[in-house]
Write a protein that binds this ligand. Structure first.
Ligand SMILES: Cc1ncc(COP(=O)(O)O)c(C=O)c1O
Length: 454
């Protein structure tokens, strides 16, 4: 079935979860760390194969894919040109330790990234994943400034290594038992006008967060010249697709200039078209000192991460070591070049804008009409619906889980987090027909759950 074929809800193969999925998940629960059986798993099915934006499970059920490899398949599953580039690259170059033996695709990709990146980012360090890109960013920030502290924001997620987890502050339970081992990270609220921590609700422009950093953190906790800089997701993903207001960025840039702080953008999830611009930084014309990329960089073909930085950072960081054996594989670079070309030259960003409008029309009215919808946040194809308990108005992860379960039963697989969001990271080139179908399934699921609660 091709990406442009429309799945008819109800054409699912049968039971969800089906018997084969149940059996494999039961085996997984016994041998895989962190795995759950079908009764406990958030996604209670087992993948058989993917094609375009459709995902088929081992029992023959077909789903529209709103997980999208958690943002790693921006062109859907297996885009042929990208796959050919990756496979051809593996046949030609095999695997190489490119710190030691270089290859031209690394240079081609670095040149291509520098060409499209926010102004001033002129050098590239390759890594294997988003986590590693973040790790390297932290090393470069500290190496370039000689300062120990890095500021991060509550709700952000940066990966699973010790330092990336310490920089993250998504949910306390995710970082349990290790934060004390990794000093040097200072967390402040993410600018969120809808739930301003400084009680400016309704008139918050995000500058309160910068005022807090200046007046509280830098007065009581550490002096500004101990701080290397800040790492921020320009639009926060796991935190529910929050977009800081423009004055926040101006106030932050002022503080960075005044104190010599480096601004690092984590665009691992927002980068490469997700939010309707090639990089989220473009929404405000931000020129960061460093920028992390990964996930969709190779168009879903092979793992690759990258840190882009200014000449000044590269120069000041000197011989800070980056990379590793599998970092910057030539085949991954070739796939990334094709993916970048498709995104920038084949109307993908126009498609994102078209689908964004479909999502806005389908979901925004639910803010007023549905008692269980607290908010709808859409930026390009970065989509989050926040659920609330109608009896208290408080965010409800339980209601979000009910909506998610109903979506799975009716043919849509998206991301259900433990705060209260249902999120989508669909392919940027999904057809409007299939995307519209996904919206229908989601809206119907929300209505069904709301009726059950009333
Ligand atoms: C903003 C952000 N940074 C970093 C990461 C870590 O990337 P990876 O899973 O490739 O290590 C993620 C992953 O979800 C992310 O969303």
């Amino acid at each position: 079935m091709s990406i442009h074929d429309v799945v008819i809800p109800g054409s699912l193969g049968g039971q969800v979860p089906g018997p084969k999925s149940r059996e494999i998940l039961a085996r997984a629960a016994l041998v895989l760390h962190g795995a759950s059986d079908a009764d406990e798993a958030t996604i209670p099915i087992v993948l058989d194969h993917k094609e375009g934006s459709l995902l088929t499970d081992v029992d023959g059920n077909v789903f529209i894919d709103f997980v999208g490899g958690w943002g790693s398949t921006p062109l859907g599953a297996n885009p042929p040109v990208v796959m050919d580039a990756a496979v051809g690259g593996l046949r030609t170059f095999s695997v190489e330790n490119t710190d030691y033996v270089s290859a031209e695709p690394l240079v081609d990709l670095a040149e291509a990234l520098v060409e499209v990146a926010p102004e001033g980012l002129t050098k590239v360090a390759y890594e294997v994943s988003g986590t590693e890109a973040v790790e390297t960013t932290l090393k470069l920030m500290r190496g370039a400034t000689g300062r120990p502290y890095v500021i991060s924001f509550f709700g952000q997620y940066h990966g699973e290594s010790y330092a990336a987890q310490a920089l993250s502050a998504q949910q306390a339970e995710f970082h349990g038992g290790m934060r004390h081992l990794m000093p040097g990270y200072l967390h402040v609220p993410y600018p969120d006008p809808s739930r301003c921590m400084f009680h400016h609700a309704g008139q918050c422009d995000g500058t309160c967060v910068v005022a807090y950093i200046r007046d509280q953190l830098c007065f009581h906790l550490v002096s500004p010249d101990e701080i290397a800089g800040l790492v921020i997701e320009p639009i926060i993903g796991e935190g529910g697709v929050l977009t800081p207001p423009p004055p926040f960025w101006d106030a932050l840039a002022e503080a960075c200039d005044e104190f010599g702080w480096l601004l690092a953008l984590d665009e691992v999830e927002t980068g490469l078209g997700r939010t309707g611009k090639l990089f989220a930084a473009e929404h405000w014309g931000i020129n960061p000192d460093l920028m992390c990329l990964a996930k969709g960089l190779s168009g879903g073909a092979l793992p690759i991460g990258a840190v882009l930085m200014t000449d000044a950072v590269a120069g000041a960081a000197g011989d800070v070591h980056t990379g590793g054996t599998w970092a910057g594989q030539p085949a991954a670079c070739l796939a990334a070049l094709e993916s970048l070309r498709i995104i920038t030259e084949e109307g993908v960003l126009d498609n994102v804008k078209e689908l964004e409008q479909i999502a806005i029309l389908a979901l925004r009215p639910l803010r007023e009409s549905s008692p269980i919808v607290g908010d709808v946040r859409i930026r390009g194809l970065y989509i989050a619906v926040e659920f609330v308990d109608p009896s208290t108005g408080e965010r409800s992860a339980d209601i979000s889980a009910l909506v998610h379960d109903r979506c799975v039963e009716t043919g849509l697989i998206g991301i259900q987090d433990e705060v209260a969001h249902y999120r989508g990271l669909p392919a940027l080139n999904m057809s409007p027909e299939l995307f519209g179908m996904a919206m229908q399934i989601l809206v119907a699921a929300i209505e069904t759950v709301a009726e059950g609660i009333e």
